[in-house]
Design a binder for this molecule. Sequence first.
Ligand code: PHE
Length: 335
Amino acid sequence: MKEKVLKLKENALEEVKKLSKEADVLNCKAKYLGKKSELNEFLSSLKELSVDEKKVMGPLLNQTKKELEEAFSQKLEEINNQVSYDFDETLPIYVETGSMHPITLVIKEMTDIMKKMGFTVVSGPEMEEEYYNFEALNIPKDHPARDMQDTYYLSNGKLLRTHTSPNQVRAMQKYGAPLKVCAPGRVFRNEDMDANHDTTFFQLEGMVIDKGISISNLIYVMRSLLSETFKKEVKVRLRPGFFPFTEPSFELDCSCLICGGKGCPTCKNSGWLEFCGCGMIHPNVLRESGIDPDEYTGFAFGFGVTRIAMMKYKIGDIRVLNSGDVRSLQEFEIE
Ligand code: PHE
Protein backbone atom coordinates (compact mmCIF):
# COMPACT_ATOMS: atom_id res chain seq x y z
CA MET A 1 0.00 0.00 0.00
CA LYS A 2 2.82 2.31 0.85
CA GLU A 3 4.35 1.85 -2.60
CA LYS A 4 0.98 2.42 -4.22
CA VAL A 5 0.59 5.71 -2.39
CA LEU A 6 4.09 6.83 -3.31
CA LYS A 7 3.54 5.88 -6.95
CA LEU A 8 0.23 7.72 -6.93
CA LYS A 9 1.91 10.84 -5.62
CA GLU A 10 4.63 10.60 -8.19
CA ASN A 11 2.10 10.23 -11.03
CA ALA A 12 -0.01 13.13 -9.78
CA LEU A 13 2.97 15.47 -9.46
CA GLU A 14 4.22 14.44 -12.87
CA GLU A 15 0.83 15.06 -14.44
CA VAL A 16 0.17 18.42 -12.82
CA LYS A 17 3.54 19.70 -13.92
CA LYS A 18 2.56 19.32 -17.57
CA LEU A 19 -0.73 21.19 -17.33
CA SER A 20 -1.18 24.77 -18.50
CA LYS A 21 -4.95 25.37 -18.40
CA GLU A 22 -6.94 26.10 -15.28
CA ALA A 23 -9.74 23.67 -16.21
CA ASP A 24 -7.26 20.83 -16.73
CA VAL A 25 -5.70 21.44 -13.34
CA LEU A 26 -9.11 21.35 -11.66
CA ASN A 27 -10.00 18.09 -13.41
CA CYS A 28 -6.69 16.58 -12.43
CA LYS A 29 -7.20 17.73 -8.85
CA ALA A 30 -10.62 16.03 -8.77
CA LYS A 31 -9.04 12.87 -10.13
CA TYR A 32 -6.34 12.70 -7.43
CA LEU A 33 -8.02 14.36 -4.46
CA GLY A 34 -11.75 14.17 -5.18
CA LYS A 35 -14.28 11.99 -3.33
CA LYS A 36 -13.87 9.12 -5.74
CA SER A 37 -10.10 9.37 -5.91
CA GLU A 38 -7.78 6.53 -5.04
CA LEU A 39 -6.27 8.56 -2.27
CA ASN A 40 -9.66 9.05 -0.70
CA GLU A 41 -10.25 5.34 -0.87
CA PHE A 42 -6.97 4.75 0.92
CA LEU A 43 -8.00 7.22 3.59
CA SER A 44 -11.35 5.54 4.13
CA SER A 45 -9.71 2.14 4.38
CA LEU A 46 -7.37 3.36 7.11
CA LYS A 47 -9.76 2.23 9.78
CA GLU A 48 -9.43 -1.33 8.62
CA LEU A 49 -5.68 -1.38 9.20
CA SER A 50 -3.84 -2.54 12.26
CA VAL A 51 -2.60 -0.02 14.78
CA ASP A 52 1.00 -0.38 13.57
CA GLU A 53 0.00 0.02 9.97
CA LYS A 54 -2.13 3.03 10.85
CA LYS A 55 0.89 4.67 12.47
CA VAL A 56 2.77 4.49 9.18
CA MET A 57 -0.01 4.99 6.67
CA GLY A 58 -1.94 7.72 8.49
CA PRO A 59 0.82 10.33 8.38
CA LEU A 60 1.90 9.19 4.90
CA LEU A 61 -1.59 9.63 3.45
CA ASN A 62 -2.07 12.99 5.14
CA GLN A 63 1.33 14.17 4.02
CA THR A 64 0.61 13.03 0.45
CA LYS A 65 -2.74 14.78 0.43
CA LYS A 66 -1.12 17.99 1.70
CA GLU A 67 1.66 17.86 -0.87
CA LEU A 68 -0.74 17.28 -3.74
CA GLU A 69 -3.04 20.09 -2.59
CA GLU A 70 -0.05 22.38 -2.50
CA ALA A 71 1.07 21.30 -5.96
CA PHE A 72 -2.37 21.95 -7.40
CA SER A 73 -2.78 25.38 -5.83
CA GLN A 74 0.74 26.35 -6.84
CA LYS A 75 -0.04 25.39 -10.43
CA LEU A 76 -3.30 27.36 -10.37
CA GLU A 77 -1.53 30.41 -9.04
CA GLU A 78 1.12 30.10 -11.71
CA ILE A 79 -1.55 30.00 -14.43
CA ASN A 80 -3.41 32.98 -12.96
CA ASN A 81 -0.25 35.04 -12.80
CA GLN A 82 0.46 34.29 -16.41
CA VAL A 83 -2.95 35.62 -17.40
CA SER A 84 -2.61 38.90 -15.56
CA TYR A 85 0.88 39.59 -16.90
CA ASP A 86 0.07 38.54 -20.37
CA PHE A 87 2.56 40.71 -22.19
CA ASP A 88 6.14 40.30 -23.23
CA GLU A 89 8.28 42.77 -21.36
CA THR A 90 11.05 42.38 -23.86
CA LEU A 91 8.97 43.65 -26.77
CA PRO A 92 10.08 47.09 -27.97
CA ILE A 93 7.63 49.81 -26.93
CA TYR A 94 6.55 52.22 -29.64
CA VAL A 95 5.69 55.57 -28.11
CA GLU A 96 4.23 57.85 -30.72
CA THR A 97 5.61 61.27 -29.98
CA GLY A 98 3.80 64.09 -31.67
CA SER A 99 5.48 66.96 -33.43
CA MET A 100 4.61 70.59 -33.88
CA HIS A 101 2.94 71.53 -37.11
CA PRO A 102 5.44 72.94 -39.67
CA ILE A 103 3.54 76.24 -39.77
CA THR A 104 3.70 76.55 -35.99
CA LEU A 105 7.43 75.84 -36.09
CA VAL A 106 8.14 78.47 -38.74
CA ILE A 107 6.00 81.09 -37.00
CA LYS A 108 7.74 80.39 -33.71
CA GLU A 109 11.18 80.55 -35.25
CA MET A 110 10.55 83.73 -37.23
CA THR A 111 8.74 85.62 -34.47
CA ASP A 112 11.56 84.66 -32.09
CA ILE A 113 14.03 86.25 -34.50
CA MET A 114 11.82 89.33 -34.82
CA LYS A 115 11.47 89.60 -31.05
CA LYS A 116 15.27 89.67 -30.82
CA MET A 117 15.21 92.55 -33.31
CA GLY A 118 12.86 94.43 -31.00
CA PHE A 119 9.48 93.63 -32.56
CA THR A 120 6.42 93.02 -30.41
CA VAL A 121 4.15 90.17 -31.50
CA VAL A 122 0.49 91.18 -31.86
CA SER A 123 -2.56 89.47 -33.27
CA GLY A 124 -5.98 90.36 -34.59
CA PRO A 125 -9.21 88.55 -35.43
CA GLU A 126 -9.50 86.13 -38.33
CA MET A 127 -13.11 87.23 -38.70
CA GLU A 128 -12.29 90.82 -39.51
CA GLU A 129 -14.20 94.06 -40.07
CA GLU A 130 -14.33 95.10 -43.70
CA TYR A 131 -13.00 98.45 -42.52
CA TYR A 132 -9.69 97.02 -41.23
CA ASN A 133 -9.22 94.58 -44.08
CA PHE A 134 -9.87 97.14 -46.83
CA GLU A 135 -11.05 100.71 -46.16
CA ALA A 136 -8.49 101.61 -43.51
CA LEU A 137 -5.82 100.21 -45.82
CA ASN A 138 -6.73 102.68 -48.53
CA ILE A 139 -8.83 100.16 -50.47
CA PRO A 140 -12.28 101.73 -50.87
CA LYS A 141 -15.33 99.70 -51.84
CA ASP A 142 -14.99 100.17 -55.59
CA HIS A 143 -11.21 99.63 -55.71
CA PRO A 144 -10.06 96.99 -58.22
CA ALA A 145 -7.51 95.69 -55.67
CA ARG A 146 -10.44 94.03 -53.90
CA ASP A 147 -10.74 91.63 -56.81
CA MET A 148 -7.33 90.13 -56.13
CA GLN A 149 -8.27 89.54 -52.53
CA ASP A 150 -11.76 88.17 -52.87
CA THR A 151 -12.89 86.47 -49.70
CA TYR A 152 -15.81 85.08 -47.74
CA TYR A 153 -18.26 87.73 -46.62
CA LEU A 154 -20.14 86.60 -43.54
CA SER A 155 -23.78 87.15 -42.68
CA ASN A 156 -22.77 89.21 -39.63
CA GLY A 157 -21.28 91.87 -41.92
CA LYS A 158 -17.68 90.81 -41.27
CA LEU A 159 -15.36 88.89 -43.57
CA LEU A 160 -12.55 86.37 -43.30
CA ARG A 161 -9.42 88.52 -43.50
CA THR A 162 -7.48 88.19 -46.72
CA HIS A 163 -4.14 89.25 -45.24
CA THR A 164 -2.49 90.11 -41.95
CA SER A 165 -2.25 93.80 -42.93
CA PRO A 166 -5.38 94.80 -40.92
CA ASN A 167 -3.07 94.36 -37.92
CA GLN A 168 -1.09 97.39 -39.11
CA VAL A 169 -4.01 99.71 -38.51
CA ARG A 170 -5.19 97.92 -35.38
CA ALA A 171 -1.70 98.21 -33.85
CA MET A 172 -1.22 101.85 -34.86
CA GLN A 173 -4.62 102.83 -33.46
CA LYS A 174 -3.94 100.96 -30.23
CA TYR A 175 -0.31 101.85 -29.55
CA GLY A 176 0.45 104.96 -31.65
CA ALA A 177 3.95 105.80 -32.90
CA PRO A 178 6.81 104.89 -32.66
CA LEU A 179 6.01 101.24 -33.20
CA LYS A 180 7.68 97.97 -34.12
CA VAL A 181 5.28 95.05 -34.37
CA CYS A 182 4.86 91.76 -36.16
CA ALA A 183 1.65 89.80 -36.57
CA PRO A 184 1.52 86.19 -37.67
CA GLY A 185 -1.81 84.65 -38.54
CA ARG A 186 -4.20 82.67 -40.68
CA VAL A 187 -5.69 84.35 -43.74
CA PHE A 188 -8.33 83.35 -46.27
CA ARG A 189 -8.98 83.90 -49.94
CA ASN A 190 -11.45 82.76 -52.53
CA GLU A 191 -8.99 80.60 -54.41
CA ASP A 192 -9.05 77.67 -56.81
CA MET A 193 -7.20 75.00 -54.87
CA ASP A 194 -4.24 73.10 -56.27
CA ALA A 195 -0.86 71.90 -54.98
CA ASN A 196 0.29 75.53 -54.58
CA HIS A 197 -2.94 77.34 -53.68
CA ASP A 198 -5.25 76.91 -50.76
CA THR A 199 -8.14 79.00 -49.49
CA THR A 200 -6.51 79.11 -46.07
CA PHE A 201 -2.86 79.92 -45.46
CA PHE A 202 -0.60 81.83 -43.08
CA GLN A 203 1.16 85.16 -43.31
CA LEU A 204 3.55 87.11 -41.14
CA GLU A 205 3.22 90.88 -41.14
CA GLY A 206 5.93 93.23 -39.96
CA MET A 207 5.84 96.97 -39.47
CA VAL A 208 8.16 99.68 -38.17
CA ILE A 209 7.10 103.29 -37.62
CA ASP A 210 9.39 106.00 -36.35
CA LYS A 211 10.88 109.33 -37.29
CA GLY A 212 13.08 109.07 -40.38
CA ILE A 213 12.35 105.45 -41.31
CA SER A 214 13.42 104.78 -44.89
CA ILE A 215 13.59 102.05 -47.50
CA SER A 216 17.14 101.20 -46.42
CA ASN A 217 15.75 100.22 -42.99
CA LEU A 218 13.29 97.94 -44.75
CA ILE A 219 16.05 96.29 -46.77
CA TYR A 220 18.25 95.82 -43.71
CA VAL A 221 15.48 94.27 -41.60
CA MET A 222 14.41 91.93 -44.39
CA ARG A 223 17.95 90.81 -45.11
CA SER A 224 18.66 90.12 -41.43
CA LEU A 225 15.35 88.32 -40.91
CA LEU A 226 15.82 86.07 -43.93
CA SER A 227 19.48 85.32 -43.24
CA GLU A 228 18.61 84.34 -39.67
CA THR A 229 15.64 82.25 -40.78
CA PHE A 230 17.49 80.30 -43.44
CA LYS A 231 20.74 80.28 -41.46
CA LYS A 232 22.78 81.60 -44.36
CA GLU A 233 23.63 85.04 -45.71
CA VAL A 234 21.04 86.02 -48.30
CA LYS A 235 20.74 89.05 -50.54
CA VAL A 236 17.47 90.86 -51.11
CA ARG A 237 16.33 93.03 -53.97
CA LEU A 238 13.29 95.22 -54.52
CA ARG A 239 11.19 95.41 -57.64
CA PRO A 240 8.38 97.90 -58.13
CA GLY A 241 5.03 96.56 -56.97
CA PHE A 242 1.60 97.81 -56.12
CA PHE A 243 -0.37 97.78 -52.91
CA PRO A 244 -2.87 100.55 -52.11
CA PHE A 245 -1.60 100.75 -48.53
CA THR A 246 2.09 101.32 -49.30
CA GLU A 247 3.77 104.01 -51.37
CA PRO A 248 6.15 103.22 -52.90
CA SER A 249 5.30 99.50 -53.01
CA PHE A 250 7.72 96.69 -53.78
CA GLU A 251 7.99 93.03 -54.44
CA LEU A 252 10.94 91.77 -52.46
CA ASP A 253 13.06 88.93 -53.83
CA CYS A 254 15.54 86.84 -51.89
CA SER A 255 18.67 85.31 -53.45
CA CYS A 256 17.88 81.67 -54.29
CA LEU A 257 18.31 79.46 -51.25
CA ILE A 258 19.23 76.48 -53.38
CA CYS A 259 21.87 77.90 -55.74
CA GLY A 260 22.76 81.08 -53.83
CA GLY A 261 22.03 83.22 -56.89
CA LYS A 262 23.82 81.33 -59.66
CA GLY A 263 20.62 80.06 -61.27
CA CYS A 264 18.90 76.69 -60.90
CA PRO A 265 15.52 75.07 -61.66
CA THR A 266 14.04 76.24 -58.32
CA CYS A 267 14.61 79.90 -59.18
CA LYS A 268 13.93 79.29 -62.87
CA ASN A 269 17.54 80.31 -63.55
CA SER A 270 16.96 83.85 -62.35
CA GLY A 271 18.95 83.45 -59.12
CA TRP A 272 16.08 85.07 -57.17
CA LEU A 273 13.00 83.81 -55.34
CA GLU A 274 9.95 86.02 -55.03
CA PHE A 275 9.50 86.54 -51.36
CA CYS A 276 6.96 89.15 -50.27
CA GLY A 277 5.11 92.36 -50.78
CA CYS A 278 6.29 95.40 -48.88
CA GLY A 279 6.64 99.14 -49.01
CA MET A 280 6.55 102.43 -47.15
CA ILE A 281 3.26 102.85 -45.32
CA HIS A 282 0.93 105.11 -47.29
CA PRO A 283 0.30 108.52 -45.68
CA ASN A 284 -3.46 107.87 -45.92
CA VAL A 285 -3.06 104.74 -43.78
CA LEU A 286 -0.94 106.56 -41.21
CA ARG A 287 -3.48 109.39 -41.08
CA GLU A 288 -6.41 106.98 -40.77
CA SER A 289 -4.59 105.35 -37.84
CA GLY A 290 -4.08 108.65 -36.04
CA ILE A 291 -0.40 109.11 -36.92
CA ASP A 292 0.90 112.31 -38.53
CA PRO A 293 2.63 111.34 -41.82
CA ASP A 294 4.65 114.57 -41.72
CA GLU A 295 6.20 113.50 -38.45
CA TYR A 296 6.47 109.74 -38.84
CA THR A 297 7.23 107.33 -41.66
CA GLY A 298 7.24 103.57 -41.64
CA PHE A 299 7.59 100.41 -43.65
CA ALA A 300 5.55 97.23 -43.69
CA PHE A 301 5.93 93.81 -45.20
CA GLY A 302 3.79 90.70 -45.34
CA PHE A 303 4.86 87.28 -46.49
CA GLY A 304 3.49 83.78 -46.76
CA VAL A 305 4.59 81.62 -43.85
CA THR A 306 3.02 78.65 -45.59
CA ARG A 307 5.42 79.02 -48.53
CA ILE A 308 8.40 79.13 -46.20
CA ALA A 309 7.22 76.04 -44.33
CA MET A 310 6.81 74.23 -47.64
CA MET A 311 10.32 75.19 -48.71
CA LYS A 312 11.89 74.42 -45.38
CA TYR A 313 10.24 71.03 -44.84
CA LYS A 314 10.10 70.07 -48.52
CA ILE A 315 6.31 69.82 -48.63
CA GLY A 316 5.12 69.32 -52.19
CA ASP A 317 1.40 69.93 -51.72
CA ILE A 318 0.03 72.88 -49.75
CA ARG A 319 -3.22 71.02 -49.04
CA VAL A 320 -1.68 68.54 -46.59
CA LEU A 321 -0.96 71.44 -44.24
CA ASN A 322 -4.66 71.92 -43.56
CA SER A 323 -5.65 68.28 -43.90
CA GLY A 324 -5.88 67.43 -40.20
CA ASP A 325 -4.49 63.99 -40.95
CA VAL A 326 -1.72 63.35 -38.41
CA ARG A 327 -0.06 60.93 -40.77
CA SER A 328 0.81 63.85 -43.03
CA LEU A 329 2.99 65.27 -40.24
CA GLN A 330 5.10 62.12 -40.26
CA GLU A 331 6.09 62.76 -43.86
CA PHE A 332 7.81 66.03 -43.10
CA GLU A 333 11.48 66.18 -42.34
CA ILE A 334 11.02 67.84 -38.97
CA GLU A 335 14.14 67.54 -36.91
N1 PHE B 1 -0.85 92.27 -47.46
C1 PHE B 1 -0.13 92.11 -48.69
C2 PHE B 1 -0.56 90.77 -49.33
O1 PHE B 1 -1.17 89.98 -48.68
C3 PHE B 1 1.36 92.11 -48.50
C4 PHE B 1 1.91 93.40 -47.97
C5 PHE B 1 2.03 93.63 -46.62
C6 PHE B 1 2.27 94.39 -48.86
C7 PHE B 1 2.55 94.82 -46.16
C8 PHE B 1 2.78 95.58 -48.42
C9 PHE B 1 2.92 95.78 -47.08
O2 PHE B 1 -0.30 90.51 -50.48
